[in-house]
Design a protein around this ligand. Structure first.
Ligand SMILES: CC(C)(COP(=O)(O)OP(=O)(O)OC[C@H]1O[C@@H](n2cnc3c(N)ncnc32)[C@H](O)[C@@H]1OP(=O)(O)O)[C@@H](O)C(=O)NCCC(=O)NCCS
Length: 138
């Protein structure tokens, strides 16, 4: 049910990105180039059921980061986020990274989700986001 995303999926990816209530994007225009770079290099995945995309993830092999993880609010709590995150982490490991990192907002469902999944807080960004890291197992 997880497959590599293509440019044809971008409209639905954008829809889910705008539907989430936490970690919302203030200026989608800022990430257009990075999204295009990643999607053209098989760095985006979608979770699809009955031909409907319910969430997506993305990992950037250049710096070992999880670039995105978003699940349609109507589909949360079914394990979709965990499955998409595992796929993104596996890709970073295959690209030679020993650890993955990401940033997320304080007091969000995502913060709790990452802690439960074994991620450790390593600091804060300039704008107060939590930096999380995960060692990618051998
Ligand atoms: C954070 C986020 C990605 C989590 O996605 P999700 O699909 O709800 O996550 P999961 O379902 O894998 O895990 C969440 C819960 O569902 C539970 N779950 C997992 N599989 C399940 C299943 N098959 N049936 C029922 N529950 C399940 C998990 O145990 C977990 O439960 P808990 O909260 O009681 O510990 C999602 O809430 C989201 O997109 N948030 C908004 C955007 C965001 O903040 N993204 C991160 C930006 S850095």
């Amino acid at each position: 049910m997880i497959r590599i995303a293509t440019r044809a999926d971008l409209a639905r990816i954008g829809e889910i990105r705008m539907a989430v209530r936490e970690n919302q994007l203030s200026d989608p225009g800022k990430i257009v180039d990075q999204v295009a770079w990643l999607i053209d290099r098989d760095g985006f995945w979608v979770f699809e059921q009955d031909r409907a995309i319910q969430g997506f993830s993305s990992a950037d092999p250049r710096d070992g980061s999880i670039f995105a993880l978003f699940v349609d609010p109507a589909c949360e709590g079914r394990g979709i986020g965990q499955a998409l995150l595992s796929e993104a982490c596996a890709a970073l490991k295959a690209a030679g990274h020993a650890k993955a990192w990401l940033t997320t907002g304080h007091g969000t469902r995502a913060e709790r989700f990452y802690r439960r999944n074994g991620w450790s807080e390593t600091g804060l960004t300039d704008n107060g986001q939590i930096i999380f890291e995960l060692r990618l197992a051998d």
